[in-house]
Design a protein. Structure first.
Length: 339
């Protein structure tokens, strides 16, 4: 009788252990965002909503810091496993000796920048030349990319004035108030300006430049890549985020609903659906990892030419595509987005 009781107790203990396994198997994974809710984070939002991270064994959370440089600092000091930054910030971090690498994973690889003009200010890229354009701050992408566009189109824009104003919304407000003639903004804000009747979109940066200009990259540090256990978690993150990007292409309206939840209903759902459709049309998502050498080569050349980066950085110094390649073996290659 005593042996039976012991056996029953052991069985009960084993069942309790098994029942608790899924929760204990989830590894805490902190993603460092560098801005509030944004469209470029949609693959991560989808992966959270659809349980892709959870299926990969990750207890995923987002912590937000202000700005790309702070994202890199937070990564280096151990606040989280991965951050997302613009290409120039990644390159400058590597130039300054930071042991960080872009690892890919479905993020918004290509820019979704649109040049807009206020009502009555013009309807073409040529019309935007030699006018006053709002930018975020001197030397930023919203200043340099219009210059790249004018140069590519062979337009003399030597008299163009650039006025620091702030973020997307602030720049659109400056256009609406007539303080500036135009600005460079993202898909969501450009659509908003058109619907409100305050601006006209005159050019799509990707279409004008006709090259894969890099936008954002998921970045980790070399220490985590070298640690087998941490590398396993990174691999799960990359795969799940690529699944999130593919979901956006396959089910755009559902993805827009997920984005709406992140905005807590502050943006009209119809506007978000149009934005997602616009991003999908631009093939901005890294469906196959988004860390190709072709992307790096074009982006590095463009940023060196505009002095947005100070020094040539080799592909292998800035990127490690191995995790994306591992995910590709499991998921297969997809069309409908950038590499």
């Amino acid at each position: 009788m005593r042996n039976l009781s012991l056996g029953m107790a052991f069985a009960a203990s084993l069942c309790a252990t098994i029942a608790g396994t899924p929760a204990s198997a989830q590894e805490k994974f902190t993603f460092i965002a560098v801005s509030p809710t944004s469209g470029y984070m949609l693959p991560m939002y989808v992966a959270m909503d659809q349980g892709f991270y959870k299926s990969g064994g990750l207890d995923f959370e987002i912590k937000t810091v202000g700005g790309d440089q702070n994202g890199i600092r937070a990564l280096i000091t151990g606040v989280g496993q991965v951050t997302v930054v613009g290409a120039p910030i990644l390159y400058e971090a590597v130039t300054n000796g930071a042991k960080v690498k872009g690892i890919g994973g479905g993020n918004q690889t290509l820019t979704d920048y649109y040049l807009v003009l206020g009502k009555g200010k013009g309807t073409t890229l040529k019309d935007a030349a030699n006018k006053t354009l709002a930018i975020s701050n001197p030397g930023s992408m919203p200043q340099l990319i219009p210059g790249m566009m004018f140069k590519k189109a062979g337009i003399d824009a030597s008299q163009t004035r650039y006025v620091p104003v702030g973020g997307y919304s602030a720049r659109l407000q400056a256009v609406a108030a007539g303080k500036v003639d135009g600005t460079l903004i993202d898909a969501l804000t450009s659509l908003k300006g058109e619907k409100e009747g305050v601006s006209v979109t005159v050019a799509d940066a990707q279409e004008v430049l006709q090259g894969p200009l890099g936008y954002t990259f998921n970045v980790t540090n070399q220490e985590q890549l070298d640690d087998p256990a941490k590398r396993k978690a990174l691999a799960a993150f990359v795969k799940a985020t690529m699944e999130g990007a593919r979901f956006i292409v396959d089910k755009p309206d559902e993805a827009a609903n997920i984005l709406s939840k992140q905005f807590k209903g502050d943006q009209p759902l119809d506007l978000l659906k149009e934005t997602v459709a616009m991003l999908n049309h631009g093939k901005v998502w890294g469906l196959n990892g988004g860390v190709s050498k072709e992307l790096h080569d074009y982006t590095m050349a463009a940023y060196l030419d505009t002095k947005l980066v100070s020094k040539q950085v080799d592909y292998k110094e800035a990127f490690d595509p191995s995790l994306a390649n591992e995910a590709l073996k499991q998921l297969g290659k997809r069309d409908g987005g950038w590499q």
